[in-house]
Unconditional design. Structure first.
Length: 166
């Protein structure tokens, strides 16, 4: 569960700094997984005026500090069943390969497509590649690490079956 890759930490904060999102969805609670006790790391930070929601994929580990770091913490099921269908400017999913085992991938793909403008990933499960074949994807290489910034644009439409077999 613990992530130690400095490039992951760098790209997390760099994406937030460059895109200047007002609302961020942190899938897997990256700051929790790097052992963060605040919104800061490596002389970078998530601005206090940025709404930071987390999807906790490791609910068995809890510390009160994460309730102050994140504005809202939910399970994947709570996110997928959210009656308000909250919208996000950026969703970050680092450590995706390990964490993907804990998610209903097709439903998450649809929800992210419908409710986010950008998604930052460090891997793309095959099932997502087929769902997002018409999405603008920017490959980002940082030393030996590869990241993907998906741009869904301002579509922000309601849920729609975008996967052929979903």
């Amino acid at each position: 569960m613990i992530l130690k890759n400095e490039n992951d930490i760098y790209i997390y904060f760099e994406a937030i700094e460059q895109l200047e999102p007002q609302k961020v969805l942190d899938i897997g609670m990256f700051l929790k997984r790097v052992g963060g006790v605040s919104r800061k790391a490596m002389n970078r930070e998530v601005p206090a005026n940025t709404d930071l929601d987390g999807i906790d994929l490791y609910c068995d580990i809890k510390l009160p500090v994460w309730e102050t770091i994140y504005d809202s913490v939910m399970t994947a099921e709570e996110f997928l069943e959210d009656p308000d269908e909250r919208r996000y400017d950026l969703a970050v999913f680092l450590g995706a390969e390990e964490a993907a085992e804990k998610l209903p991938l097709l439903k998450m793909a649809e929800a992210l497509y419908a409710r986010t403008k950008y998604v930052l990933l460090d891997g793309q499960p095959d099932v997502w590649k087929s769902c997002w074949k018409d999405v603008s994807i920017k490959d980002i290489n940082l030393e030996e690490n590869h990241y993907y910034l998906l741009n869904f644009g301002a579509k922000q439409h309601g849920y729609k079956n975008i996967c052929n077999d979903a």
